[in-house]
Design a protein around this ligand. Sequence first.
Ligand code: COA
Ligand code: AMP
Length: 630
Amino acid sequence: MGKLNDLFTESINTPETFWAEAARGIEWNKTWDKILDNSRPPFSQWFAGATLNTCYNAVDRHVAQGRGAQTAIIYDSPVTDTIRKISYAELQDQVARFAGVLQGQGVSKGDTVIIYMPMIPEAAVAMLACARIGAVHSVVFGGFAANELALRIDHAQPKVLVTASGAIEGKKILAYKPLVDRAIELSSHQPEHCIVFQRDFVQAELRPGRDLDWQALASAASPVDCVSVAATDPLYILYTSGTTGMPKGVMRDNGGHAVALHWSMKNIYDIDAGDVFWSASDVGWVVGHSYIVYGPLLKGATTIIYEGKPIGTPDAGAFWRVISEHRVKALFTAPTAFRAIKKEDPQGELIKKYDLSSFEALYLAGERLDPDTYHWACGLLQIPVIDHWWQTETGWAIVANCRGIEEMPVKAGSPTRPVPGFDVRVLDNEGKEAPAGQEGNIVIKLPLPPGTLATLWRNEERFVKSYMTAFPGYYETSDGGYIDKDGYVFVMGRMDDVINIAGHRLSTGAMEEVISTHQDIAECAVIGVDDQLKGQQPVGLFVLKAGVERDPEEIKTELVKMVREAIGPIACFRQSSPVARLPKTRSGKILRGTMRSIANGKEYRMPSTIDDSTSLDEINTTLKGMGYPR
Ligand code: COA
Ligand code: AMP
């Protein structure tokens, strides 16, 4: 473990030297005055004084270095029966023209642009075009409803919204435009223009004056060049679920982000320029930002934009087909995808049809990798299966088996050891460091390395309160777990009301806010229960207002509809039940953690502050009636 240990120690003891070396992987217009500016704690600024352009580094420089003919993006869409390859030179042309389109609509440095797109190359083109002119993009995942999009429009205040006419989700055709129209109706901020990429299978109606046709604009636009931005200028805002209905707008800068992602491609994923890297996620999530778009392109690798599912498009052999057809070297996805494949094809019969000789490693993240899925994937693939732990906030892996530096032995259930740059500790609730093996709050000692969140967009106060206050001097991850005597980190789950459904991060608090607006409901709690396929699923428990005598089945159906309409289908809210009362502390705090333990069959201690211990009996019976614990 010599090399990894040395690098890790250097990254913690002398971060400036470590990251100055890593920064050589990026082309700067001007180098920094200060590598790490810590003059305003708890904020850290990396590469202060430097200037660069992220799009130049991800696209143009590969063309300038003579690799314009190499494939940058493979668009593989089983749902539309399309495979399209885009070279770096073609990507440069498309991005430069779309940057011209944005500029033509008045978008310039510092303006925000919301991108609400399915998994098509134009989503990446739009993101890179923003980066090219210094505009700040905010990509919103397509599975969110109009209301969630409206929240983000109001907060990000985009000058322009970029979308597509629709998507095919599995076998369903989804029209995006009615949803976008509704979101703009709901929001107080009005984007000046909406640029729509029309797809063959669904035509969007364009509102004269506001809506513009992508294809028409792009064919008439002149390409524009990259502008120089400060390393500390914002590249993007990505909203992620917090504990309330208002998501957190994670802000990523340009310089630190480019350095960290470029470094991670080789050192974590062992990917070089020219290799094919596939991240089967969605551009709407952080994995899509970092490892479908920016990471692989900054490295000069080939990335795959896959518009399909692990199963059903057309079968559970879909991943093996893509890997063999495009000679994929490494795949990154969520454990749920593997659980879905395992459910359909437990013996792995379909894999036998494909040549997977190019495939060197599987990377999994987004939720806990349970040992069963880990062992199944190892047995099936006979290649390294790497669990790694990270968050939207960090933008890249906190804990991973850094194969590009030195491969470590795996302990099932642990993503291995902290990545260079991340000083991971476990603290008890009083802020004292926990001994090896003892569970507590996983935190990261400041400063966070480059590429992590710089702040929350237009909300420094929430940034400080959410992440930097509970344990002064440390970033609070809100994950619980422990570090064993060999330094392996075990991440056991969130300590807050954020849940992970199929690798997607959602807030039970946001669901509660929706449910509590139901006219017949006095109060409610939504808890995450363990699920064999999706990791977790939400379950709602609600108390009816006095005198309400409606059929609870009707109310339950209404709640499903409400959550679907307010948050989106991705919340997967399907199960709820009425209860006479919710268990609470004497000060009125709902005991969600205790209910979660009951639902998941975990041991729990009767909280000493409970108001009325018999309230838990009803919860036990109700959850049992719903089939929990499973
Ligand atoms: N746009 C619109 N709707 C979407 C969507 C999108 N981009 N993505 C999902 N949805 C909808 C689905 O259609 C489904 O709607 P329904 O209730 O009408 O059926 C709902 O949101 C839930 O979707 P999902 O969780 O994907 O469930 P599923 O049953 O359709 O598929 C899996 C199950 C396991 C195949 C799927 O969850 C999966 O591929 N998981 C991999 C996870 C992953 O890649 N995570 C990325 C983070 S790294
Ligand atoms: P997101 O911000 O959507 O990437 O979700 C981040 C959360 O997902 C983390 O805080 C963890 O709770 C969970 N998570 C991500 N990767 C892992 C992993 N490898 N092991 C355990 N939990 C994970």
